[in-house]
Design a protein around this ligand. Sequence first.
Ligand SMILES: NC(=O)c1ccc[n+]([C@@H]2O[C@H](COP(=O)([O-])OP(=O)(O)OC[C@H]3O[C@@H](n4cnc5c(N)ncnc54)[C@H](O)[C@@H]3O)[C@@H](O)[C@H]2O)c1
Length: 362
Amino acid sequence: MKTFSFKTHSSGTVKAALGRNMESIPALFPEIFKNADKVCLVTGSDAPPSLRARALALFPEGNRHHHYFWLPPSEKAKTLEEAGRLASFLFDHGFSRSSLVIAAGGGAVTDLAGFTASIYMRGINWVSVPTTFLAQIDAGLGGKTAVNLGGAKNIAGTFHQPALAVCDTAFLDSLPHAELRSGAGELVKYAMIGPGELFRTVGRNLQKVLAADRSALTACVSACAAYKLKLVAKDERDERGVRESLNFGHTAGHAFEAMSGGALPHGEAVARGIRFALIASLETGILKRADFNRMNAMIDALRLRPAAVRRDFRHFLTLVSRDKKARGADNRFVLAAGPGRLCPAEDLDAPLLRKAFEGALK
Ligand SMILES: NC(=O)c1ccc[n+]([C@@H]2O[C@H](COP(=O)([O-])OP(=O)(O)OC[C@H]3O[C@@H](n4cnc5c(N)ncnc54)[C@H](O)[C@@H]3O)[C@@H](O)[C@H]2O)c1
């Protein structure tokens, strides 16, 4: 097991435990669990029984004030209505500022439960227990919480660090292959944004991850989660640009996700968004052909299924101009000059964007 800890300005100390089959988490982190007067376990209503059984081990022994709250599956959980429903549930059951919310599930569960924990009584402690590969390397870490509004992703949100993040790859044993493939999209992102060592770790393990190899999954969760936490520790509230690289592929990816009406899983949309960014980087001349080929080969290795996205370029332009990271420009993307060498670019022209759009959805 690898553990992490860093101090934040607003949320006290943030801890993380990364590994496989980690036992007695409440005993290992008594400062988080022992003083909780009540604990609420939040998970998705479609979670398999094995996930629930494993998550139950997170209830501190001796604390009898346990409650369970089920959210609708996946993105259906990420609404203001569901946040209100959970907050009312906590209130009705007497939760106070000394209580604890444990979110065990994919990124949709950790986003919604973290968001609710941040607004309930102006913020109570929560523990993030990501149970998909994507959430263990990304969504369940870093304190960004959100709900969707009017079909647009993550429009209402907060920064609220979990007191503890637990990434236990034993949860992944029950994960369907489609979810592994989706997570692999975010995994490739780490190869593109991190140091050379991370590029090599992902390259070595990508095919094994797609084959659900347990040690490859644990190695990748360990390396990527540790890298993300390092960035988060330097720029907790995403104010210094340190975390911007984590958005690589996401501006176009979020647009593809919205244009698919939910048919394209987040990680696959991000993989296509990365291909979009690579083509745009090549076309603007900042990425050399040899580097493009090397980086694009990783996207090819994912063997993405045909994208169920309407080829509506105008709609795409509208969506990227509304992206919350556009900062007033017509469009803003993170481009790459090579692995680990990223640079933002604004107001790219329409013919170039169209070329990247067509190439990404091929
Ligand atoms: N906050 C952030 O920093 C951040 C970063 C990236 C993505 N996200 C968000 O994360 C969400 C995507 O997360 P996701 O890919 O985890 O999808 P998800 O949360 O929609 O979960 C996918 C499915 O996997 C099931 N599942 C979860 N764990 C399982 C397990 N161990 N075994 C079997 N089934 C399991 C869920 O019940 C669900 O049906 C998106 O909403 C995205 O916006 C947030």
